[in-house]
Design a protein around this ligand. Structure first.
Ligand SMILES: Cc1cc2nc3c(=O)[nH]c(=O)nc-3n(C[C@H](O)[C@H](O)[C@H](O)COP(=O)(O)OP(=O)(O)OC[C@H]3O[C@@H](n4cnc5c(N)ncnc54)[C@H](O)[C@@H]3O)c2cc1C
Ligand SMILES: NC(=O)c1ccc[n+]([C@@H]2O[C@H](COP(=O)([O-])OP(=O)(O)OC[C@H]3O[C@@H](n4cnc5c(N)ncnc54)[C@H](O)[C@@H]3O)[C@@H](O)[C@H]2O)c1
Length: 458
C-alpha cells in the first residue's frame, strides 16, 4: 500500500490544476490517468474540433474568394492528411504540456491505468494499491452509444473514432443535431462531404429559442447540409454504399443512405468502472456522481469535478470546479457552483454564444422583462468582413435592470458576449454597458445599441 495526502483520478480539465495547487501547499499527490493526459477537451473534444473548424473555415473563405476580389487559379482542394497533421500538432503540444507538468512535479506520482475504489480511502491501479484521506474524481465522460436496432451490425463513428479517420467520408450521416452534430456536420460539409443531420426533436439545438434554431437551420441548409427533423425511431442497416439509417418506425419515409454514420446523441459519465459502490459514493440513475454546491460527494473526503458530476458539461465548468474545490480547501474561500452563470458557445460558423436565461426560460419564469434584438447585418464589422449571418438577442429584468441572458449568433459573438456576461457577474444594471464607449468597428460595439433598443417582452 502506498500512502499519499491525496489521490486524483483523471487528467481532464480540473485534476492537473488541482494537483499543482495541492502540491504547492505541501501535499503529496498520486495522480492516475488511464489514457491521454488532457482528457476529452484536449484529445478528442474542444482542441481537435476547433482546429478542424479553423481548417474548414479557411476552405469556406477560399471558396468565397471571388466575393472579396481575390482570384484562385483552380478549385479549392482539401488535403485531409495536412488538416489532421495540423490538428495533431496542436493537440500534442497541449497533451504533452499537461503530462510533463505532472511528471516533473516532485510531490506528484503519476500512475498509468484505470483506477477503481477498493474502499473509501483506497484505490487500485493495476498492481498498485494507493491510499489517501482525500480523493478527487475528474473522470469525465464518453459518447453515448444508444441501443438503436442494428447498432452492432454497422461500423458507427463517435467523436473519438471520427478523428482517427484519415479519409473524407463521401456522405456523413450524423445522428443528433446539437453541439457535436452541428460542429462536425458543418466542418465536414466544408471539407467536401455530403452531410445529413438527423435529429429526433422538431428542431436543431432544441434547448435554444425557436428563432435561434431556425437561424441555425437556415445557415446549415444554406451550405447544402441535409437536415431531417422529427426522427423518432433510428435504425441502422448495412448497405452497399455503407450504411442505411432509418428514421421512422411507423411510416414509410425513406432511410438516409450514407458512407459513414456518426453518433452525436449525448455523453455518458465514466463512472461505471470506478467501483464507487465499494466507497459508498452515490450517483444518480444516469451514473453522474452526486455532489453538493462545493463538489463534495456523500462520502467525506471524496470530491467529484467536471463532466462526471453532471453540474456542467464544458471545459470552463470543469475548470471552475477545480477553482471551487481549491478555494474551499486551500484558501478559506467558500466558492460555490451556484455562483456561476451558465455560459457556452457552439462553434459553428458563425458561432452561437449563450449566457444566462434564453427568451423561452424568461417567459416561463414569469419575470417582467425587456427584450432587444438586432440582425448581424446592422453590425458594420460583420458587413465589412462579409459575414453578416445571424442575430443578437438580449433579455433584461424590467425591475432590477440587470441582464438576464443573451443569445448572440454571429461572427465574433463568442468573444463579444463577454461584455454582457461580465456585467452580469458585476451585478451592474444594463445601463453600465449601454453607456460604455466601445471600439469601432467591432462586433461588441453593437451591444450598447442593442441595449438601447429594449422593449417590454409581451
Ligand atoms: C467533440 C467535442 C467537442 C467539445 N468542444 C467543447 C468546446 O468547444 N468547449 C467546451 O467548453 N467544451 C467542449 N466539449 C466538452 C469538454 O470536452 C468537456 O466538458 C471537458 O473535457 C470535461 O472535462 P473533464 O475534466 O470533466 O473530463 P475529461 O476531459 O473527459 O477527462 C477525464 C479523464 O479521466 C480519465 N479517466 C476516466 N476514468 C478513469 C479511471 N477510472 N482511471 C483513470 N483515469 C480515468 C480519462 O481517460 C480522461 O483523460 C467538447 C466535447 C466533445 C466531445
Ligand atoms: N462547443 C461546445 O462547447 C461543445 C461542442 C461539442 C460538445 N460539447 C459538449 O458535449 C456534450 C455532448 O454533445 P452532443 O451534441 O453529443 O449532445 P447533446 O446532448 O447536446 O445533444 C444530443 C442531440 O441528439 C439528439 N438525439 C438524442 N437521441 C436521439 C435519437 N435517438 N435520434 C436522433 N436524435 C437524437 C437530441 O435531441 C439532441 O439534439 C454537450 O453536452 C456539450 O456539453 C460542447
Amino acid at each position: 500500500m502506498q500512502t499519499f495526502d491525496a489521490i486524483i483520478i483523471g487528467a481532464g480539465q480540473a485534476g492537473p490544476s488541482l494537483a499543482s495547487r495541492l502540491t504547492e501547499a505541501g501535499m503529496t499527490v498520486a495522480f492516475v490517468e488511464r489514457k491521454l493526459f488532457g482528457g476529452t477537451c484536449v484529445n478528442t473534444g474542444c482542441t481537435p474540433t476547433k482546429a478542424m473548424v479553423a481548417s474548414a473555415y479557411a476552405a469556406h473563405t477560399a471558396r468565397r474568394a471571388a466575393e472579396y476580389g481575390v482570384k484562385l487559379n483552380g478549385p479549392v482542394e482539401i488535403d485531409m492528411k495536412a488538416v489532421i497533421a495540423r490538428r495533431e500538432a496542436i493537440v500534442a503540444k497541449s497533451r504533452n504540456g499537461v503530462e510533463n507538468s505532472l511528471r516533473k512535479n516532485p510531490r506528484c506520482t503519476v500512475f498509468t491505468g484505470t483506477a477503481s475504489f477498493e474502499s473509501r480511502h483506497t484505490v487500485k491501479v493495476g498492481d498498485d494499491r494507493l491510499e489517501a484521506k482525500q480523493i478527487f474524481l475528474n473522470v469525465g465522460g464518453r459518447a453515448t452509444i444508444p441501443d438503436f436496432p442494428g447498432i452492432h451490425e454497422v461500423p458507427f463513428l463517435t467523436n473519438t473514432s471520427l478523428l482517427a479517420l484519415e479519409t473524407l467520408p463521401k456522405h456523413l450521416i450524423i445522428v443528433g443535431g446539437s453541439y457535436i452534430g452541428i460542429e462536425f456536420g458543418q466542418m465536414y460539409r466544408r471539407f467536401g462531404s455530403e452531410v445529413t443531420i438527423i435529429e429526433k426533436a422538431s428542431r436543431l439545438v432544441q434547448h435554444e429559442d425557436e428563432d435561434v434554431s431556425a437561424a441555425v437551420l437556415d445557415i446549415l441548409q444554406g451550405e447544402g447540409i441535409h437536415v431531417r427533423l422529427d426522427a423518432e425511431c433510428i435504425s441502422l442497416v448495412p448497405h452497399a454504399e455503407g450504411v442505411s439509417v432509418g428514421v421512422q418506425c411507423n411510416s414509410d419515409e425513406p432511410p438516409s443512405i450514407g458512407s459513414h454514420v456518426l453518433l452525436a446523441v449525448g455523453r455518458t459519465p465514466n463512472t461505471q468502472d470506478l467501483g464507487l459502490d465499494r466507497a459508498g459514493v452515490a450517483t444518480d440513475e444516469r451514473g453522474y456522481v452526486l455532489v453538493d454546491d462545493q463538489l463534495r460527494t456523500n462520502v467525506e473526503g471524496i470530491y467529484a469535478m467536471g463532466d462526471c458530476n453532471g453540474k456542467g458539461a464544458f471545459t470552463h465548468t470543469a475548470y471552475n470546479d477545480f477553482e471551487i474545490v481549491a478555494a474551499n480547501l486551500l484558501d478559506n474561500d467558500p466558492r460555490r457552483v451556484s455562483d456561476r452563470i451558465p455560459c457556452y458557445a457552439m462553434y459553428m460558423d458563425p458561432p452561437l454564444a449563450r449566457i444566462g436565461m434564453n427568451e423561452t426560460e424568461v417567459r416561463k419564469s414569469g419575470k417582467r422583462a425587456l427584450i432587444g434584438t438586432r440582425p448581424m447585418t446592422r453590425v458594420n464589422r460583420a458587413v465589412e468582413k462579409g459575414e453578416s449571418l445571424g442575430f443578437m438577442k438580449v433579455l433584461v429584468d424590467a425591475e432590477s435592470k440587470k441582464v438576464l441572458g443573451a443569445s448572440l449568433l454571429g461572427v465574433g459573438c463568442d468573444e463579444a458576449i463577454h461584455c454582457l456576461l461580465d456585467t452580469m457577474y458585476a451585478g451592474a444594471p444594463y445601463s453600465t454597458v449601454q453607456r460604455a464607449v466601445h471600439i469601432h468597428p467591432t462586433v461588441s460595439e453593437l451591444i450598447p445599441t442593442l441595449l438601447g433598443s429594449l422593449k417590454p417582452l409581451d
